[in-house]
Write a protein of this length. Structure first.
Length: 270
């Protein structure tokens, strides 16, 4: 990745901000509501930022929203970039590296996912404890040593202390929070029932088309990561119902406010 491009984008964003954000956020399908809670906000459309790719996915707005969330200075990606849209992995992790240059140390990521664990239900929230990556690794290519090592450790990608904080906060707010392994796939077709059975055997609890590239890039450059899935549907073949994008967006907007409340409360404690 061209380091100067990352610097140019970071300089553009920095010039628009009155304060330095400490926490970065990436909001998934139908979960952009957190951005509405941000105070003293500055909105920067991706298309204005040098070298930034634009998001086209449904339920994704395509702008940075910066400001204060429960007293914490945040920079929030309202709308993310997906591999299935045709973006390169380099484009997908570019914003993470911009966040790094802006001084962000903690990344909070939310996504919509299908439930693979048979004990889950649509509408459940899951704290991501670990992942299984079936997308291409975003660090393939020459190593960008300004950001991190060639071979980066992934043992504690989803920061244990942040997971503990999330669980305590959820308990305190009486929000039921599942825990599990997120499996990332390319999409855009949903999985087949046979794939879902295979993924369950492999140890997946939820499946989705995002998050892992950003988590890998964040981990590579030394950021702490906290990630949640909103289970918008049970994965293919479990209920016999067919899957649809509308259902994902619908549950996202119906249940998303609970995840928003949780993330807002966590931001207050960071
Ligand atoms: N599979 C993959 N991605 C998803 C799903 C699913 O069932 N639901 C929401 N995102």
């Amino acid at each position: 990745m061209n380091y100067e491009h990352v610097q140019e984008a970071a300089a553009y964003v920095r010039n628009k901000l009155a304060r330095q954000p400490r926490v970065g956020m990436i909001l998934g399908s139908g979960l952009g509501g957190i951005a509405d809670e941000i105070e003293s906000k500055v909105e920067i459309p991706y298309r204005e930022i040098p070298h930034f790719a634009c998001s086209t996915a449904p339920g994704h707005k395509g702008q940075l929203v910066c400001g204060t969330l429960s007293g914490t200075d945040v920079l929030c990606m309202q709308g993310r970039l997906h591999y299935y849209e045709g973006h390169s992995m380099q484009d997908i992790i570019f914003p993470i590296r911009v966040m790094k240059l802006l001084g962000i140390e903690t990344l909070i990521v939310t996504n919509a996912a299908g439930g693979v664990n048979l004990e889950f239900h649509a509408g459940d929230l899951m704290l991501i404890e670990d992942h299984i990556n079936f997308l291409p690794n975003p660090l393939i290519g020459p190593n960008d040593a300004e950001f991190g090592p060639r071979f980066c450790d992934m043992t504690y990608t989803y920061t244990p202390a942040l997971r503990e904080l999330a669980q305590q906060t959820a308990q305190h707010m009486n929000i039921p929070l599942r825990r599990g392994v997120y499996m990332s796939v390319t999409g855009p077709s949903f999985e087949t029932p046979a794939e879902i059975r295979a993924f369950r055997t492999l140890g997946a609890d939820a499946v989705g088309m995002s998050t892992v590239p950003e988590a890998i890039a964040a981990s590579h450059c030394g950021m702490q990561v906290l990630a949640f899935s909103l289970i918008t549907n049970m994965a293919a073949g479990i209920t016999g119902e067919q899957l649809s994008e509308e259902e994902v967006i619908e549950i996202g907007s119906r249940q998303g406010h609970i995840l928003c409340a949780l993330v807002t409360a966590i931001a207050a404690r960071l």
